[in-house]
Design a protein around this ligand. Structure first.
Ligand SMILES: [Zn+2]
Length: 602
């Protein structure tokens, strides 16, 4: 026993056994709490106090309660790792992966700061596995070039649940700040409402849930909540605080679904079933109908440097939009029917979908040669024939994700994003299907993340900023704005000092090139349109295509090739259709039109 604990015991025996035992109990608990992470928690609330243990879980058997307390303790005592570099992430990742192979679920939380009332991008992403292993990812440091693929894919993987309080809002912010898609989110508050009847719904904070369900008091002190998450080095308190929120989240999830009390452990699918209908659903709570949803929204930690005002703009909680990339509509029917069209002499021309093949039959311009596969022979000479029997359009394409091979759900992916392709000359728009591939939702989200990186790279290379289109297309004219407010002041403020009045009138005379400012002019000026069309505005995609087009057809093909190569490099697809190539159609086009084809952009 440590010296100071022994001393306390000595003093306690003098004061009285009852008081002494209580002090000792508290002391042991405090020490235990410190051991959870090896962090000194001078300022924090202490561990599992007997008073709190009785909250909410009185229905459970004592042995069960003890087992779950021990499990929660184990989680809170687990290892915490900080990933500030790609290398640090790559060393931590296999450990996390090992845990995810057992139970694919992570407790998640995010921290950010605000500066002068502006909310900054997420500083820290915390993820804790079922064993309690917690990785603190310092996103701004890792995001320097592009984030590690294993991290991007993990976040986008909807088969790995991400559980927490307010994780839908975290998902929105991750998308806004880093273009990251967080999928498979489950708000613990829904689980609490579904599985526990003894909780008071209007105060579902992580702190309340932790105390009620885990009997674990959470210290949410302002100093820690609002500490500087962008600091060069975290304090031990910060590490403890950040990790604990993710660890408590996973512990809550496990406790609510009965992981701790099932012996032997039940299969993951059983627990997954308990989350049905709650995955990737924003938390609304019951009281949303009364318009007071804000009181049950997560109490976020804001502003180490300056507390932001409650009305400050940019707070993601105010933006109830769905995060981009969430809510993909997945194809229900296969994209490729793999029907064949043949020329009148029997030469295979291309594969096509069933509808198209049927159309030739219905029109009486084709004959059905076979049902399986569905082959239609045309009765007329087609406008073009494939040059060889290994043509891309002749290969049978499988309905699966070309990256990972998943067959259950897939969506179309434009390898060359539409915002560039739409401006391509008509000659290059033929045969587009080569650049439309099938991806599962997770791989789709990952590839979108990397597409944004390349887009940003192109924006720099070709001085083609990616902006909110409206913001760039329409400009606010400061001169017209000034004239409008001058007119409004002249019309409304009758007690303007004469000198000010003359000043404003002079502004009006200059703007309207007149010596006399009438009442009519003032009224007109008071309603002056101050937004003007930005004549020099060119959308990012068009600007980039224009730059490539200056080098002619071959140069434009380089842009196409760059996107295709980018897809291969970043996604390493394992199930690409045979004959798919980064140079697809290029030599054919050059042969047909020549390198000097005058380029007319679409
Ligand atoms: Zn996939």
């Amino acid at each position: 026993m440590p010296r100071h604990a022994g001393l306390t015991l000595g003093v306690a025996s003098l004061v009285g056994t009852t008081v002494g035992c209580l002090v000792l109990w508290k002391l042991i608990n405090r020490r235990r709490q410190q051991q959870y992470t090896g962090v000194d928690q001078k300022n924090s609330c202490t561990g599992l106090t007997p008073e709190v243990q009785d909250l909410g879980d009185s229905v459970r058997k004592p042995s069960e309660r003890k087992r779950s307390l021990l499990s929660v303790e184990k989680i809170l005592r687990a290892e915490v790792r900080i990933a500030s570099t790609a290398e640090e992430w790559e060393t931590a990742w296999p450990l996390l992966q090992r845990d995810l192979d057992v139970y694919p679920v992570l407790g998640v939380d995010c921290e950010w700061v605000s500066l002068e009332g502006r909310i900054k991008p997420i500083s820290l992403l915390q993820m804790a596995s079922h064993s309690g292993l917690c990785i603190l990812v310092r996103l701004p440091r890792l995001a320097g070039c592009s984030l590690p693929k294993t991290l991007v894919a993990l976040l986008a993987d909807c088969s790995v649940l991400k559980v927490g309080v307010g994780c839908w809002d975290d998902a929105s912010k991750l998308m806004n700040d880093y273009g990251l898609s967080l999928k498979g989110v489950v708000d613990i508050r829904y689980l609490a409402m579904r599985h526990r009847r003894d909780i008071f719904q209007n105060s579902l904070s992580l702190k309340y849930l932790s105390e009620t369900i885990l009997s674990y008091p959470l210290d949410k002190s302002f100093q820690l909540r609002c500490s500087n998450w962008d600091a060069d080095e975290f304090t031990q308190d910060q590490v403890f605080y950040a990790a604990r929120d993710a660890q408590v989240s996973i512990a809550l999830f496990l406790q609510l679904l009965g992981f701790f009390s099932s012996d032997p452990p039940t299969a993951w699918e059983f627990f997954l079933g308990k989350c049905q209908g709650l995955i990737d659903v924003p938390f609304k709570g019951k009281s949303v109908v009364n318009g007071d949803v804000n009181i049950i929204l997560k109490q976020k930690k804001e502003s180490p440097i300056e507390q932001s005002s409650p009305n400050s703009q940019g707070d993601p909680r105010r933006h109830k939009k769905k995060p981009l990339g969430v809510g993909y509509s997945v194809r229900k029917s296969p994209l490729y029917d793999n029907c064949f069209l043949h020329a009148p002499d029997g030469q295979p021309l291309c594969t096509c979908d069933r509808k198209k093949a049927q159309w030739y039959l219905d029109k009486g311009i084709g004959d059905l040669i076979s049902n399986d596969p569905f082959v239609v022979r045309l009765r007329f000479e087609p406008s073009g024939r494939p040059e060889s029997s290994v043509d891309y359009y002749l290969t049978v394409k499988e309905n699966l994700c070309v990256v990972c091979g998943k067959r259950e759900s897939y969506i179309r992916k434009n390898i060359v994003p539409h915002e560039y392709r739409r401006h391509f000359p008509v000659q290059m728009k033929d045969h587009n299907s080569h650049d439309v591939l099938l991806l599962c939702t997770s791989c789709h989200a990952v590839s979108n993340y990397y597409d944004n990186n390349l887009k940003q790279q192109l924006a720099i290379e070709f001085s083609a900023p990616i902006g909110c289109e409206e913001g760039v297309r329409i400009l606010e004219d400061p001169v017209r704005r000034q004239v409008r407010s001058a007119a409004r002041a002249l019309l409304n403020a009758s007690k303007l000092p004469e000198s000010r009045r003359e000043e404003l009138l002079s502004e009006m005379r200059t703007f309207y090139s007149t010596d006399e400012v009438t009442e009519e002019t003032l009224n007109e000026a008071a309603n002056l349109e101050t937004r003007i069309f930005n004549e020099t505005y060119t959308p990012h995609g068009l600007k980039v295509v224009q730059c490539f087009a200056m080098g002619g057809l071959k140069s434009l093909m380089e842009l196409e090739k760059r996107w295709r190569q980018h897809f291969l490099d970043k996604m390493a697809p394992k199930f690409l259709p045979q004959q798919w190539s980064v140079d697809h159609n290029h030599s054919k086009l050059i042969k047909k039109y020549g390198e000097d084809l005058p380029i007319q952009l679409g």
